[in-house]
Design a protein around this ligand. Structure first.
Ligand SMILES: *Cc1c(COP(=O)(O)O)cnc(C)c1O
Length: 419
């Protein structure tokens, strides 16, 4: 028997790495820019100038948080667009100077796929290996640098296992190389979407030339992003038209979204220190409970003790002899939302490229669950999950011994058959 469902089903959102709710203060800051201050910021009349003022305020605020200049801030339509703009924009502009790019095997698809596209177009790519926790080292980057390397793209923090990469050290190594070889290459891009809510975004300390941030992971709006781009790095635009954003991203600006992402970033900076500590405590308690109550579990990603190597809100575990997607769908019936690196129902049947790159065996990757905590998460939420998760696991292990061929027609979850 599966655990009896609660009389009062609660909704427990533990998927903050997928997206976050919009913070109420952020929503409030955005609100006037829908129906009241709607003028096009490019117009010449008073109303337009006012809206343009709000746009510039947002740009200035974000620049300040990043220790950058306002004209280093390009507003885009989200994290994926910023990643694409940084990678295609830099690679295509500078391909005459070299066609080698360095990245890692655990990047988000918004980085990996543009780079794989460039590979098809004739670029040479080094995909750096990671260790069992998902870390790359500055030494690895140094060894991979070549005289035709024009771009290095390495994420600040990983979305699946929460690994924090040594961006500042890598940045220093790249600076050193550029000095020694008297060149302006390679440029250094970092996808900081997962880091922006909790880690230091000082671009001077990180030594990045390009950095991606989005609203949807930091309690801001979806569909809005920032690309930080240092002034002396030229890139080609992806979207041509009216010439907005210093001609690098045409299209009428998403003013409410931009006001929202600035407010969200400001909030994150104010609250992150205290909130990180709270989340780490909750997360560590959660892992302890899982270990106490469920047999054959494994922690994926870096150790929990060291705050410099892992995001405070990420818990990624493998539960052996169950299938992650089945588990996820059963948890959903109890109101618990999380994510998995298993992919038995997707067409490829390939488990997460991140877990695979960390050397996790197939059966572990397929039993993986990612819980990412957030602002609304309480100890009661974790106790609720712990009340049901062990029973669901136990029942699944009985009725549906894991099927490593991942045939979706087999005994997984009724929802598989509805798709
Ligand atoms: C979410 C995310 C993206 C994509 O951002 P969108 O705003 O959804 O386009 C890119 N990189 C990382 C690391 C992310 O977590």
């Amino acid at each position: 028997m599966f655990p009896t469902k609660p009389k009062q089903k609660r909704l427990i959102y533990m998927d903050h790495a997928a997206t976050t709710p919009v913070d109420l203060a952020v929503k409030k800051a955005m609100d006037p820019y829908f129906c009241q201050h709607y003028a096009n910021p490019s117009g010449l009349y008073q109303s337009s100038r006012e809206v343009n003022g709000a746009l510039n305020d947002a740009r200035r605020k974000i620049a300040e948080i990043l220790h950058a200049l306002p004209d280093n801030i390009i507003f885009t339509g989200g994290g994926s667009e910023s990643d694409n703009l940084a990678i295609f924009g830099a690679a295509r502009k500078h391909q005459k100077s070299g066609k080698h790019i360095i990245t890692t095997k655990i990047e988000h698809h918004a980085v990996l796929l543009p780079i794989e596209q460039l590979q098809k177009e004739g670029f040479e790519i080094t995909f750096l290996d990671v260790d069992e926790c998902g870390r790359v080292t500055a030494e690895q980057v140094k060894k991979a640098l070549r005289h035709d390397t024009i771009l290095v793209s390495i994420m600040y923090a990983n979305n699946e296992i929460g690994t924090i990469e040594p961006i500042a050290e890598i940045g220093k190594e790249i600076l050193k190389w550029r000095k020694q070889n008297n060149t302006s290459y390679p440029f250094f891009h970092s996808d900081a979407c997962q880091a922006a809510g909790s880690l230091d975004l000082n671009v001077e300390k990180l030594h990045v030339d390009l950095m991606t941030i989005n609203g949807s992971k930091i309690y801001g709006p979806k569909g809005v992003g920032v690309l930080f781009k240092i002034r002396n790095v030229d890139i080609l635009p992806l979207i041509f038209g009216g010439g907005q954003e210093m001609r690098l991203r045409s299209g009428t600006e998403n003013v409410p979204g931009i006001v929202g992402i600035a407010k969200a970033l400001e909030n994150a900076r104010k609250n992150s220190k205290k909130e990180n500590l709270r989340l780490r405590k909750l997360r560590d308690y959660f892992w302890q409970q899982i270990q106490d109550k469920i047999k054959k579990v494994r922690l994926n990603g870096p150790e929990l003790g060291d705050e410099t190597v892992r995001l405070p809100n990420n818990l990624n575990v493998s539960i052996l002899d169950v299938e992650g997607e089945a588990l996820l769908l059963y948890l959903d019936e109890y109101g618990i939302m999380c994510s998995t690196g298993s992919a038995c129902t997707s067409q490829s049947l390939e488990p997460s490229h991140v877990l695979t790159a960390c050397g996790l065996p197939y059966e572990y990757a397929h039993g993986s669950l990612r819980f990412t905590l957030g602002k609304s998460t309480t100890k009661q939420d974790i106790d609720y999950v712990i009340k049901y998760l062990p029973g669901i696991v136990e029942r699944l292990r009985e009725v549906s011994p894991v099927n490593l061929t991942c045939d979706p027609k087999k005994n997984l979850h009724p929802k598989y058959h509805q798709r």
